[in-house]
Design a protein around this ligand. Structure first.
Ligand code: JFZ
Length: 586
């Protein structure tokens, strides 16, 4: 069996490597005709997508020869968890026959839930293709009695319904292929040729998906690759065949520079503050991606709605997962939750679609999203006195009303910096009632005024910072939250400080800088004083170190502006900035 696969793979690899025409005819050179902003525009607008994890792992559904995948662990990892031999797993996969699969039904559920894009596992780590692949016979059409191509049917149903069709592809991990990463129970890792796997299976299958299923909204790669060059090959492959197709952050190594169009949070992850590089959080509806008959820990519609609002209010997208059963049935509890979420979205979608991160600090009663000249206040917990209070908004409030009842104006008053909105006695929606403020101009707020800690020191990081130019607040699984992408004096970070204790302060900076970023100069201005720093390489990627910059004298208490910027233009980033500290010299 394996020999046959090897032969098929070699032929595909030869074709894929350009020895003869590849699977799609000609591979175009990477097309740069579409700008990054244009490519991601729909994604920033649509906010909410359906993730689908569906494959042979849905058949054992969390149990193998009496052994159970514990609830809380991932059902789609069953082959690796129990070191199931490829031969046995494939024999199991042969029994997959999803006679109840109905693409139109799945897509209409996504649509009913307010989801605008759908990402399905074309090939997960088990190496099994859920589409008709010519690269490997380990696919649902050739290997099972089903004989139909679910991705073809879903792509057509999505197009009819106006939902963007997207695919997940695990481009590194492959427990079926002898050279793929991850299966060291069947294959000797010392004999693996990973590059051969990329050329013989991974790239040719990605090429098939980009060629045979129409325009894809997004290729959702997973678990990164070893080197930037390997990842760049996949970026070029996608760009060359479908320049409008988005690439997620996991195309490259998580601990290295972002090579996709946006960053992925950790699974189920939630950042503490507003990130400025676009991002998406994938989340399970229970606790497993692939179906498990044991996992009934379903989130409520309220959990999902509030998490959606929190993600969108911090400037990201929400990719919410369903794990269909092997016969093609979507677990009824998933359907029930998504239908309730959809009911809320039909009434409140304006406060989600096309909105941007809230410029205000978080509120104890809920969150906020903004769009045009509107501030959407998402009230999770109704104030006992039915008065909603918020501060920090610079705009004049022209009117206020419930999104579900715009005809009924709510009384608004302002005292100093606090805006109060008189609400109905009872909340119309126990999960999230949206109050709309119609304001003068784009919603804006003063940056936070940072005060001194109990030890009178200041720790200035991404949370309180205002970025300008190309400097952006970012997340990376290894780099954590940092600020970067700045290359010249027009790119800066600033903070507002309220100094209560005049005196001398020792200034230090914490950053990571790649080997070839050394010797770049930067300026740290604190009020009228400034210090000049010279970047010292800290190793490769996100190896943070702290450097003393000298001392400044703050003559009197009051508000000060602190700023950092590159002293000169450069062809690389200045640094991965983490924090600036001002410690009183006693
Ligand atoms: C990966 C897969 O292993 C998993 O089966 C599922 O497909 C999920 C969506 O993606 O799991 C991950 C990958 C990355 C992180 C966590 C789980 N992460 O960055 O924290």
């Amino acid at each position: 069996m394996r020999d046959r696969i090897a032969i098929v793979s070699i032929l595909a690899g030869l074709m894929g490597a350009g020895w003869g025409s590849n699977l799609s005819g000609q591979v175009n050179p990477a097309d740069t005709s579409v700008s990054a902003e244009e490519r991601i525009r729909w994604f920033r607008q649509d906010k909410l997508g359906m993730f689908i994890h569906w494959g042979p792992y849905s058949l054992p559904a969390g149990e193998w020869k009496g052994q159970r995948v514990p609830v809380g662990d991932e059902g789609e990892w069953i082959m690796q968890r129990f070191n199931i031999p490829v031969k046995e797993y494939r024999e199991m996969a042969r029994r997959m026959n999803p006679v109840k699969f109905n693409a139109e039904q799945w897509v209409s559920l996504a649509k009913a839930a307010g989801m605008k894009y759908l990402v399905i596992t074309a090939k997960h780590h088990d190496g099994f293709a859920m589409y008709h692949s010519r690269v490997s016979e380990s696919n649902i059409v050739d290997w099972t009695p089903f004989k139909r191509d679910p991705l073809k049917e879903l792509s057509e149903a999505c197009r009819k319904a106006g939902i963007r069709f997207c695919v997940y592809y695990s481009h590194r991990e492959d427990w079926d292929h002898p050279d793929g990463y991850g299966n060291n129970w069947d294959y000797d890792r010392t004999k693996k040729d990973f590059e051969r796997y990329l050329e013989q299976k991974s790239k040719p299958q990605v090429r098939e998906l980009l060629t045979d299923y129409g325009p894809l909204g997004l290729v959702w790669f997973d678990r990164g690759l070893n080197t930037p060059r390997q990842a760049q090959d996949f970026v070029n492959l996608v760009r060359g065949l479908q320049p409008r197709c988005l690439i997620n952050g996991r195309v490259g190594n998580y601990g290295q520079e972002l090579m996709g169009d946006y960053q992925n949070m950790n699974d189920n992850g939630m950042p503490t503050g507003g990130l400025e590089e676009y991002w998406e959080t994938p989340q399970t509806l229970n606790t497993t991606w692939g179906y498990s008959k044991f996992d009934q820990q379903w989130k409520t519609a309220g959990n999902v709605i509030q998490r959606l609002v929190e993600i969108v209010g911090k400037g990201g997208n929400y990719l919410l997962n369903i794990g269909p059963m092997a016969d093609g049935t979507i677990p009824p509890p998933s359907v029930a939750v998504l239908e309730k979420v959809g009911a809320w979205m039909r009434k409140n979608g304006d406060s989600i679609y096309g909105t941007s991160a809230c410029p205000l600090a978080e509120f104890p009663w809920g969150r906020c999203t903004v769009k045009g000249e509107k501030v959407y206040l998402h009230v999770f917990s109704w104030p006992a006195d039915a008065v909603l209070r918020l501060s920090g908004l610079n705009n004049q409030v022209r009117s206020a009303y419930l999104l579900v009842d715009p005809s009924r104006e709510l009384a608004v008053s302002r005292e100093n910096r606090v805006i109060s909105v008189a609400l109905p006695a009872k909340s119309p929606d126990e999960d999230d009632t949206v109050v709309v403020l119609d304001v003068s101009g784009p919603p804006n707020a003063d940056p936070p005024l940072i005060t001194q800690g109990s030890d009178s020191a200041f720790e200035l990081d991404y949370l309180g910072a205002v970025t300008a130019g190309k400097a952006v607040k970012r997340f990376n699984r290894d780099g954590k939250f940092h600020i970067s992408k700045w290359t010249g004096p027009e790119d800066s970070i600033t903070w507002r400080l309220l100094v209560s204790q005049a005196g001398t302060y020792k200034v230090s900076i914490r950053y990571a800088a790649r080997r070839d970023w050394g010797q770049s100069k930067y300026v740290v201005a604190i009020g009228p004083q400034s210090l000049t720093g010279v970047v010292e390489p800290t190793g490769d990627w996100y190896q943070y170190k702290t450097f003393d910059l000298g001392v400044v004298k703050i003559a009197k208490a009051g508000e000060y502006k602190v700023a950092i910027w590159p002293a000169a233009a450069s062809d690389h980033y200045l640094m991965y900035f983490q924090s600036l500290a001002l410690e009183p010299v006693l």
